[in-house]
Design a protein around this ligand. Structure first.
Ligand SMILES: Cc1cc2nc3c(=O)[nH]c(=O)nc-3n(C[C@H](O)[C@H](O)[C@H](O)COP(=O)(O)OP(=O)(O)OC[C@H]3O[C@@H](n4cnc5c(N)ncnc54)[C@H](O)[C@@H]3O)c2cc1C
Ligand code: FES
Length: 342
């Protein structure tokens, strides 16, 4: 049986089945209620049931006291609806609403996507989940106290493992370790989620995603999130790489293009090799956008990858009428570069 749930104060409404938790159903419908462990241990998902009845589920007493329960509170990661409900809780609308945590993780799986790109699948400790917005990044905390930033390549609804796409920097302390010494089951520490490069879900503007190399990682997370929400806006991905081998998973955006009529994919190679037999677009990725779209004033842009590409896109797109407020970016600065404040 299904129940209607109304969230106060936003007035958002969604439907939950008897066997779904209040949180599960909200996330499925694209409403970002806060959560941590998703397991009744941390209390982050606590909210008030203003009307209706729930089955509280199994949780730890430390996360929800008897007094809180008597006052109408419940843990939305464990509680299931038994009637229509009106609940009161805050919703995550911006990066500042999410708690930044430092936590350990285990390298669950490594997969070589290209000669110099590795996918790292990270598993969090039992009873822990990381809430994040599609497109944010995390900082790997190294033993010497230094940090290395990597974007989260999976979407928030698919958060059992965190996925990173790591490009090998010859001589790079962390990335070379990944390619030469790292073994599955290695323990890392990280801090996250970080940054303000996340998909703005409201609005109707068509979206241009511009990725250079592993700049595809956060954009993959954003697009998977957009498809999950059923966003109907027109979305185009321009993905630039040097040669065909650097375009490390082109079959994925090609599949999205077949499945979603509102999505198109334009791969762009800057230095195709003869053996690539490349018939597609060539040149710089942001130039390909400028060739295709004369007037950018009605668009929203998300750009990520090398600082040079992001800077050039920013400058040239604004000259073509893109409002400053509609340009979002993550420049893949090195850890010794100065970082703009998030
Ligand atoms: C917000 C953010 C998100 C990022 N997301 C990703 C991501 O998803 N995937 C990814 O592969 N990278 C990403 N990066 C870039 C990544 O953080 C760096 O490449 C990484 O820190 C390099 O670490 P290292 O220890 O291997 O190299 P270091 O030991 O820090 O550097 C060794 C040498 O290589 C140079 N160098 C370092 N990084 C780069 C680089 N990117 N390009 C060229 N030369 C470099 C340094 O100047 C230095 O001379 C991101 C960066 C930022 C700021
Ligand atoms: S998310 Fe931790 S108790 Fe619900």
């Amino acid at each position: 049986m299904s129940h209607q749930i109304t969230i106060k104060p936003s007035g958002h409404r969604y439907t939950a089945q008897d066997d779904e938790t209040i949180l599960e159903a909200a996330l499925r419908d694209g409403f970002a209620l806060p959560y941590g462990c998703r397991n009744g241990a941390c209390g982050t998902c606590k909210g008030k049931v203003l009307e209706g009845s729930v089955d509280y589920g199994t949780y730890q007493d430390s996360a929800l006291s008897e007094t809180e329960k008597l006052a109408g509170m419940a843990l939305f990661c464990c509680a299931r609806p038994q009637s229509d409900l009106i609940i009161e809780c805050r919703e995550i609308g911006a990066a500042k609403d999410i708690q930044i945590k430092a936590m350990p993780c285990r390298v669950d799986r490594m997969e070589r996507l290209a000669p110099d790109v590795m996918a790292l699948y990270l598993k969090l400790p039992a009873n822990e989940r990381l809430q994040f917005l599609a497109g944010q990044y995390l900082d790997v905390l190294m033993k010497d106290g230094k940090r290395r930033s990597f974007s989260i390549a999976n979407a928030p609804h698919d958060d059992e493992l965190l996925l990173l796409h790591i490009r090998n920097i010859p001589g790079g302390t962390f990335t070379e370790h990944v390619f030469t010494k790292m073994q599955e089951k290695e323990i890392l520490r990280f801090e996250g989620p970080l940054g303000t490069f996340f998909l703005r879900e409201d609005g109707t503007r068509p979206i241009l995603f511009v990725a250079g190399g592993t700049g595809f990682a956060p954009i993959k997370g954003m697009l998977e999130h957009a498809f999950h929400l059923g966003l109907q806006r027109q979305m185009s991905l321009y993905w630039g790489a040097r040669s065909l081998k650097d375009l490390y998973m082109p079959e994925l955006p090609r599949k999205w293009q077949e499945e979603h009529p509102n999505f198109s994919f334009v791969p762009v190679l800057s230095e195709p090799r003869p053996e690539d037999r490349w018939q597609g677009r060539t040149g710089l990725v942001h130039q390909a956008v400028l060739q295709d779209v004369a007037d950018l004033s009605g668009y929203q842009v998300y750009a990520s990858g090398s600082p040079l590409m992001v800077e050039a896109a920013h400058k040239n797109f604004l000259e073509r009428g893109l409002p400053e407020t509609e340009f979002f970016s993550d420049a893949f600065l090195f850890s010794n570069d100065p970082r703009p404040a998030a």
